[in-house]
Ligand binder design. Structure first.
Ligand code: COA
Ligand code: AMP
Length: 629
């Protein structure tokens, strides 16, 4: 099982290759039609296959003799709680919750929104939806009511699941008032809100609409998994695009199961019985692929961690978990490592723990800088791998395939394309570029199984956003290059998306909000480098003539507005007032130029700029911030 051989075969004969990989999945009906090309450029995998993702994650594992093996470990340094669920216990909990959903009228194809903290019930809720063919959409708890309302109106859920609160190391964040507010803002109303009351906060329940989880779920009759078509949606994951309206990325059941089975074994080198730790939140794609579906469908023990890398209680938190549960492999975001390094630069805290069980560390979500990479490798003495993927793909596009022979890893690169992906680079005119030339990173169609082939309620937007720029290719939105040996280097987004502490955010959405301020004539929001979070947003603002507002006050008001509308996770805390923004002669703001200045890149004065002198002024304003970081 050699990497090169696998990759070549997957490109030369995608249908043959994935037909073989699909054998690793326990289908209710084995697919005979492997790859169907549709006229609009999208593809469908395993069209006539029937399966159930919850069955694969739980019942099938029990049938394989793993009933008593721990499936899920909940570790919560913020509450002090720890819990273990065997595959059998988890299946029983999920089957009852699925029964409760049914009793509340949820059926196959209905949507369910899950707005919950990192409690086991969040994973159970996802699996319970999958069991009955309902489509879950988990919304990250850090999003404000306005963002939740947008998702409610788009997904039109029959039911919303939440908890009374989430927890930070120093405070309780009540979720229910946020849900109530979102439902005031939303036009669509779910039939019910099922509320998990946690001891740290008691949520008020609205009679008739709100229901108590503990009062209903334990009494519900368990239900069996229902057979679904491969193409039936498993979940919708909203992610930021370039506008204020989030994109509802749709994942199907069949492609996801085959892709994650492949990825867990061949990318992450995990075997049934291994302990895997996906350090993320169920509100992100990583939480779906690497906390819930990937590890469980492959018989691993998965850790669901309700804490931070630092302050819960200190920068040794990750090392403690690795030792306590004998973690064999993990995923985390570089921002978490940078936060730990800042507080424990000599790695003294890691030295207090036995990391002997750990085989590999995989990092993604944002660029892994080489200094952090080296620090982590030296500290742990283990291979640290950068790999690259997106919400849309659902599993890695480039990675060192640690489970395949002949795999190689290279510092500074997110490594080579995983089997199934043909990654190339194009210039703006759609010409393929050779080695070491920087441009837009694209993936040749067909995308492998698991990758989204549509957006919820908006297939046209999918075609427009991903397939129309370069016919025959999927447009990733990332820029970068490939070296002579096919290693991929991701240099950052080419659109208005930024990455704050591993969280993907739209600067376009922030601009909409900033522009609403009465003192703002125009603005551009860009990402600037940040030592811990990778990037943070900065608003470049042109004030209206005659405006007397002081910069500090404007900043406070804008910070409050973005916090209220998008959420605290946006970390919008910096603005710079400038006299003008760089524009083309036709009046378009030159955002790509702003991004380059912010990244400290050389900027050639664009031919189309109306006033070249402005670049110096912007450079000076940005330098204040980039030096500060
Ligand atoms: N629910 C409610 N609020 C949340 C939240 C959640 N699930 N997650 C974050 N927030 C809030 C925080 O309370 C904070 O609010 P504040 O400004 O009132 O303090 C704000 O959002 C920013 O939080 P965070 O990004 O966590 O910043 P931090 O300074 O507290 O911690 C890090 C910095 C680097 C430790 C933290 O960002 C981190 O652990 N990052 C790793 C993220 C990750 O694993 N991403 C993987 C994605 S694949
Ligand atoms: P998300 O959809 O939230 O997973 O974010 C995906 C985006 O994060 C990608 O399009 C990249 O811009 C960025 N990203 C993810 N992994 C990496 C990586 N290893 N290196 C650089 N950027 C990354």
């Amino acid at each position: 099982m050699n990497y090169q051989h696998y990759h070549e075969r997957s490109i030369a004969d995608p249908a043959g290759f994935w037909a073989e990989q699909a054998q690793a999945v326990r289908w209710f009906r084995q697919p005979t039609e492997i790859l169907r090309a549709l006229a609009d450029g999208t593809h469908q995998w395993f069209a006539d296959g029937r399966l159930n993702s919850c069955y694969l994650a739980l019942d099938h594992q029990i049938e394989q003799g793993r009933g008593e093996q721990t499936a899920l470990i909940h570790d919560s340094p913020v509450t002090g709680g720890k819990a273990r669920y065997s595959y059998r216990e988890l299946r029983d909990e999920v089957a009852r919750l699925a029964g409760a959903l049914r009793e509340l009228g949820v059926e196959k194809g209905d949507r369910v929104i899950i707005y919950m903290p990192m409690v086991p019930q969040a994973a159970m809720a996802m699996l319970a939806c999958a069991r009955i063919g309902a489509v879950h959409s988990v919304v990250f708890g850090g999003f404000a009511p306005h963002e939740l309302a947008l998702r409610i109106d788009d997904a039109r859920p029959k039911l919303l699941l939440t908890a009374s609160c989430g927890l930070e190391f120093d405070r309780v964040i009540e979720y229910k008032p946020l849900v109530d507010k979102a439902l005031e803002l939303a036009s669509h109303q779910p039939g019910h809100v099922l509320v998990l009351q946690r001891p740290q906060a008691s949520a008020a329940l609205l009679p008739g609409r709100d229901l108590d989880w503990q009062a209903r779920v334990p009494l519900a009759a368990p239900v069996e998994p229902v057979p679904l078509d491969s193409g039936d949606p498993l979940y919708i994951m909203y992610t930021s695009g370039t506008t204020g309206k989030p994109k509802g990325v749709v994942r199907d059941n069949g492609g996801n199961a085959v892709a994650l089975s492949f990825a867990m074994r061949h990318v992450y080198a995990m075997r049934a019985g291994d302990v895997w730790w996906g350090i993320s939140d169920v509100g992100w794609v990583v939480g779906h692929s690497l906390i819930v579906y990937g590890p469980l469908m492959n018989g691993c023990t998965s850790i669901l961690y309700e804490g931070k890398p630092v302050r819960t209680p200190d920068a040794g938190a990750y090392w403690r978990v690795i030792e306590e549960y004998g973690v064999n492999g993990l995923f985390c975001a570089p921002t978490a490592i940078r936060a730990m390094r800042k507080e424990d630069p000599s790695g003294e805290l890691s030295g207090r723990h036995d990391l002997g069980s750990l085989r590999h560390l995989f990092l993604a979500g944002e660029k892994l800088d080489s200094s952090t990479h080296r620090w982590l490798e030296e500290l742990t003495g283990k291979p640290v791998h950068d790999h690259w993927w997106q919400t849309e793909t659902g599993w890695p596009v480039t990675a060192p395939c640690a489970g395949l022979e002949g795999h190689t890893a290279r510092h500074g690169s997110s490594n080579r394309p995983v089997p199934g992906y043909r990654v190339q680079v194009m210039d703006e005119q759609g010409h393929l570029l050779g080695a070491n030339r920087q441009g837009s990173i694209v993936i040749a169609l067909p995308l492998p199984p698991g990758c989204a082939q549509t957006l919820w309620n908006d297939h046209e937007r999918y075609l427009r956003s991903y397939l129309s720029s370069y016919p025959g290719y999927y447009h990733t939105g990332d820029g970068g290059y490939l070296d002579d040996e096919g290693f991929v280097y991701i240099m950052g987004r080419t659109d208005d998306v930024i990455n704050v502490a591993g969280h993907r955010l739209s600067t376009g959405e922030m601009e909409d909000l900033v522009a609403r301020h009465p003192a703002v004539a125009e603005c551009a929001v860009i990402g600037i480098p940040d030592a811990i979070k990778g990037q943070v947003p900065l608003g470049l603002i042109v004030l209206k003539d005659g405006s007397r507002i002081r910069e500090e006050q404007l900043q406070r008001e804008l910070t409050a507005s973005i916090r209220e509308q998008i959420g605290a996770l946006a970390c919008f805390q910096r603005i710079a007032t400038v006299k003008r923004l760089p524009k083309t002669r036709s009046g378009k703001i030159l955002r790509a130029v702003l991004r380059k200045i912010a990244n400290g890149e050389e900027v050639a004065t664009p031919m189309t700029i109306d006033d070249p002198a402005i670049l110096g002024e912007i450079g000076a304003a940005l330098a204040l911030y980039t030096r500060a970081s």
